[in-house]
Design a protein around this ligand. Structure first.
Ligand SMILES: C[S@@+](CC[C@H](N)C(=O)[O-])C[C@H]1O[C@@H](n2cnc3c(N)ncnc32)[C@H](O)[C@@H]1O
Length: 322
């Protein structure tokens, strides 16, 4: 099977290399998701320490009828349900029976993985038109020009990968794309005891470490680099001041990395990393429920409802245009 990102254009390659050459080397978290990365993430969701997936599933399962009624009240029937970063398309299973959208669109950078997930979803819901769209949600969204209300479904606290300012801008894009009729159903991880957060990103089996290290293999395919995963270690911690988990890969010893220069087609460019120096691979911002409600309002949504679990670990928000 082909890997989703392997053919990147010069602009994307240039952006990736600029990130690697920055004083604090960095790679955007979307590069976690080649096929192996998507499968490793599936395993993460099964781990005892990783509370977000199971908590969000329970919230959606318990409150689906209420969510369906709130949507019907705000905008009537749902013509188009769009799930950016759909991944395994498992969470939408709670919503399809109550929303009965005419169309469901799973938009993901890793479209091959999503297309596999859609095969069984189509069998279970033959009356709903479904399609997988290969797109980067931070770029252009190729949505059909269907009439009627649109609901965006953005679970998994993926919004936490953006800074609060970037998150507000993305929420405003969701709002604008509703064209005055529809809303956004979004799952958000809440601020909690830092030990719980730390454990969720440092699981005992080392699956999150493997997920993080797999990014190096993906980079090697994308830019022809010679990262050796055994020279790096997983490093994740909670920064309470910024309310975010930071995930890094840390050099175990001094090392050098080279990659193909488009100019020479050889291994001519690269950089050195001192022992302990890191490559920043992900931020995962955590919010209070009130702060996230305010962000949704700032983004233009008129009405915000929310559901949280008994421990206040996770929240699902429904933000509508009216
Ligand atoms: C953490 S997983 C979440 C999957 C699922 N939505 C869930 O809640 O369990 C993130 C998903 O978003 C996709 N993704 C990450 N960055 C993306 C981007 N910039 N554009 C589109 N999809 C992206 C990944 O391929 C992956 O399937």
């Amino acid at each position: 099977m082909t890997q989703p990102h392997d053919g990147i254009d010069d602009r994307e390659r240039g952006r990736l290399i600029a990130g690697l050459l920055a004083p604090q080397a960095q790679v955007a978290p979307r590069y976690f998701y080649d096929l192996a990365g998507a499968r490793l993430f599936e395993v993460i969701t099964l781990l005892d320490e990783y509370y977000p997936t199971v908590t969000e599933h329970r919230l959606l399962s318990r409150h689906a009828p209420e969510i369906g009624a709130a949507c019907a009240d705000a905008f009537g029937a749902c013509a188009l349900l769009v799930e950016p970063g759909a991944g395994s398309c498992e969470k939408v299973r709670h919503l399809l029976p109550v929303l009965q959208p005419a169309q469901y669109l799973a938009l993901d950078i890793s479209a091959e993985f999503v297309e596999l997930a859609l095969q069984s979803l189509r069998r279970d819901h033959p009356g709903i038109v479904m399609a997988a769209i290969a797109a980067d949600l931070t770029q252009h969204w190729p949505l059909p020009a269907a009439d009627g209300a649109r609901l965006f479904f953005y679970p998994g606290s993926s919004i936490g990968n953006f800074t609060p300012d970037e998150a507000r801008a993305l929420l405003a894009r969701f709002h604008a794309a509703c064209r005055g009729e529809g809303g956004l159903l979004i799952g958000v991880d809440l601020i909690k005891d830092s030990a719980v957060l730390h454990a969720a990103y440092n699981d005992a089996l080392g699956v999150t470490a493997a997920f993080n290290l797999n990014l190096l293999r993906h980079l090697n395919r994308l830019i022809g680099s010679d990262f050796r995963p055994q020279q790096w270690e997983h490093h994740a911690f909670y920064d309470a001041r910024e309310s975010r988990i930071e995930m890094h890969l840390r050099a175990r010893a001094p090392l050098a990395v080279r990659w193909q220069s488009p100019a020479t087609s050889g291994l001519a460019e690269g950089r050195e990393f001192a022992a302990g120096q890191t490559l920043h691979t992900e931020n995962s911002y955590k919010y209070t429920a009130d702060a996230f409600s305010a962000l949704l309002k700032d983004a233009g949504f008129a009405r915000v409802r929310r559901w949280t679990d008994a421990r206040d670990y996770f929240a699902v928000f429904l933000a509508t245009t009216c």
